[in-house]
Design a binder for this molecule. Structure first.
Ligand code: PLP
Length: 372
């Protein structure tokens, strides 16, 4: 059983927000440490100080590539999931419009804001965007995707696992639909990385985003996997780093931390996922036993092992979700609500609205996300 004396978060504190972020694994911290003070050279320098950091940078790239079934040259380090998603959408959009005149993008209704708001930005620049509906479990239907495609479609972006409800999409089938029409496919794998097996070839994606702080790595680093031959422009212009795809001096400590964390997550995935799935089932059981009128959000089986997302059904009882969350925080329990803070106001989650929850029920929702 849990020993309170060993609680790393402090007495009485319970952290159930691992989908928001994770603490850095001490083994990852150890791996990063030499690159802050000892080996500090600029990886682009040709002298020995530069070589000293170029080698671990390229080794980190290789570790990530190998873990995901990609080639070393297909890994582009970014500042995290948001930048990787922006790079995929904007990089392909500008290139496609300029070279082929295609200007139509397809995304799903439950994408993270890093994709959704990026699509809105492209819309402001004259691109056309189709937002695909999902079913009550958050699944995208391949036939709905097929019917949304036009001769102008340049990219389809559908996330692997949803960050709020955990639903996992059939990416292989969806990317097949894209490729049948000669369209590139991007998947935001920020939440599935380290929790589900990820293989670029099996998923058949052209672009794939990950972020280290979701798998016990440091914040401020992630990667965009770009399949060789994919036509994509860069967001950041300057030096020739990252094969000219992302200018700026590389952060070696973070790259090393990202690779180490991912390798550990992959090695420990089977045991950890089983443990989390057991906890999820205990938690679902206890919640249904203790509370009347709760609804479970997300797919019952095809979902991440660490998320339990519930709503209190407003037709049975109205509950103030924000007050509930604040009370849980007062009791030391950290969770996320079914609302997101957008420009200072609380907006009901677009994901829960997309799976058909009404506004009041959406606001009375909680995501528990478990971890180590
Ligand atoms: N995509 C998904 C699915 C996420 O859950 C997140 C973070 O919550 C992001 C993208 C953004 O990643 P980052 O925080 O590294 O910018």
């Amino acid at each position: 059983m849990f020993n309170h004396a060993d609680n790393p978060f402090g007495e009485g504190k319970i952290y159930l927000d691992y989908c928001a972020t994770t603490p850095v694994d001490p083994r990852v911290v150890d791996a990063m440490m030499p690159y802050f003070t000892k080996a500090f050279g600029n990886a682009s320098s040709i002298h020995s100080f530069g070589r000293e950091t170029k080698i671990p940078l390229e080794e980190s790239r290789e570790t990530l590539a190998r873990a995901i079934g990609a080639e070393t040259g297909e890994v582009c380090f970014t500042s995290g999931g948001t930048e990787a998603d922006n790079h995929a959408l904007i990089g392909v959009a500008f290139d496609a419009r300029q070279k082929t005149g295609r200007d139509h993008l397809i995304i799903s209704a439950i994408e993270h804001h890093a994709v959704l708001h990026c699509a809105y930005y492209l819309q402001q620049l004259g691109f056309h965007v189709t937002i695909l509906p999902v079913d009550e479990f958050g699944k995208v239907n391949p036939e709905t995707l097929r019917s949304a495609i036009t001769p102008k479609t340049f990219l389809i972006s559908i996330m692997h696992a949803n960050n709020e409800i955990g639903t996992v999409q059939e990416i292989e089938t969806l990317s097949d639909v894209a490729h049948e029409h000669g369209i590139l496919f991007h998947s935001d794998c920020v939440q599935s990385a380290g929790k589900l097996p990820l293989n670029m070839k099996q998923l058949k994606v052209d672009l794939l985003s990950i972020s280290a702080h979701k798998f016990y790595g440091p914040k401020g680093i992630g990667a965009l996997f770009i399949r060789r031959g994919t036509e994509i422009g860069s967001l950041v212009h300057g030096g020739a780093q990252e094969k000219g795809r992302r200018a700026g001096t590389e952060n070696i400590a973070l790259a090393v931390g990202c690779a180490k964390a991912f390798r550990l997550a992959v090695e420990e995935m089977e045991i950890e996922s089983r443990r989390l799935a057991e906890l999820r089932s205990v938690m679902r059981g206890l919640l249904s036993e203790r509370f009347d009128g709760i609804l479970f959000n997300g797919h019952p089986t095809e979902s991440l092992p660490n998320i339990v997302n519930i709503s209190f059904d407003s037709r049975k009882k109205e509950i103030d979700g924000e007050a509930l969350l604040m009370n849980m925080d007062l009791h030391g329990v950290a969770v996320t609500s079914g609302s997101a803070c957008t420009s200072g106001s609380l907006e009901p989650s677009h994901v829960l609205r997309a799976i058909g929850r009404d506004e009041k029920t959406t606001k009375a929702s909680i995501r528990f996300s478990m971890g180590k």
